[in-house]
Design a protein around this ligand. Structure first.
Ligand code: SAM
Length: 268
């Protein structure tokens, strides 16, 4: 029997002090009452904060809008070597993460969860991440993410805990950490107060079920290419019409699936 750590490593803050950087905030930090709680179970806690410590998500962490706690799967491992995996039942290549080890890590994380916090396994077999899913997560109190490695996790642990499976896309990553960071990045930017200009989430790709129109900025002419004159006209109604037409054209050409869903919503 191995010792089960009471809790993982917290990254976040208790009070707001502008001089601190996200990396300075690692260590035990009490939970902030209203902060979005991100819990990550992983064999590689050192991969976090990763890119989440940069730019808007890093600033939001610094401001206490969200908190991150990692749970090192190795600490829940069995025996002197803290084993976390074993060979696949029925044979085959690779190793599978053991259900008893995962169970201890999941129980440790869930015992510290509060409010509505979905339990998600990042998996190529999962439902592909999309903006409606991300909006649903951003409305929760937090999320518990399980990052797989090797051949993945024992199926029984998914069934036992009723774990939702979510995929980053139709390709196979080495582990769930990059997918977890993608999910957290997309979710955190939707939390109230994270983006300076909230309107930017209303007009971007997927917000109305369409891809975004093209964007331009200075210089007005670059490599002989001009900014479309309508965007320089100052006629806001015309600019709005042009952007809508462009968004529809691009969606139709690039994503017939999104376009069909958009058209279906229009028919009563
Ligand atoms: C090498 S993969 C396992 C692939 C698995 N044997 C299969 O064929 O479906 C190891 C881990 O990476 C993560 N992973 C791989 N691809 C992913 C994707 N597209 N989305 C989310 N997580 C992924 C999962 O956590 C998975 O357990």
């Amino acid at each position: 029997m191995t010792d089960t750590p009471l809790s993982g490593r917290s990254i976040g803050r208790k009070s707001i002090k502008a001089s601190l950087k996200p990396r300075d905030l690692m260590g035990e930090t009490p939970e902030l009452a209203r902060a979005f709680q991100a819990q990550v179970i992983t064999l590689f806690p050192g991969a976090f904060l990763g890119v989440l410590g940069e730019s808007l998500t890093g600033k939001a962490l610094n401001e206490g809008l969200w908190q991150l706690k990692t749970y090192d799967l190795r600490e829940f491992g069995e025996g002197r070597h803290r084993n976390v995996d074993d060979t696949p039942a029925g044979g085959g290549a690779g190793m599978v993460l053991r259900p008893d080890v995962l169970e201890k890590a999941i129980i440790a994380a869930r015992s510290e969860a509060r409010g509505v916090m979905p339990l998600i396994y990042l998996s190529p077999r999962g439902k592909p991440m999309d903006q409606p899913m991300i909006r649903r997560l951003a409305a929760c109190d937090g999320v518990t993410l399980l990052c797989g490695r090797f051949e993945g996790v024992d199926q029984r642990v998914l069934d036992h805990f009723g774990i939702e499976e979510v995929s980053l896309g139709d390709f196979v990553l080495t582990g769930g950490e990059i997918a977890a960071q993608a999910l957290l990045d997309a979710t955190i930017r939707l939390l109230p107060g994270v983006l300076g200009n909230a309107a930017s989430t209303e007009e971007e790709s997927f917000s109305a079920g369409l891809l975004e129109h093209p964007q331009y900025t200075r210089p007005a002419v670059w490599q002989g290419r001009e900014i479309p004159p309508v965007l320089m006209s100052g006629h806001h109604a015309e600019i709005g019409k042009w952007r809508k037409a462009q968004a529809e054209k691009i969606t139709k050409e690039r994503r017939p699936d999104l376009w069909a869903a958009h058209e279906a919503r229009k028919t009563p």
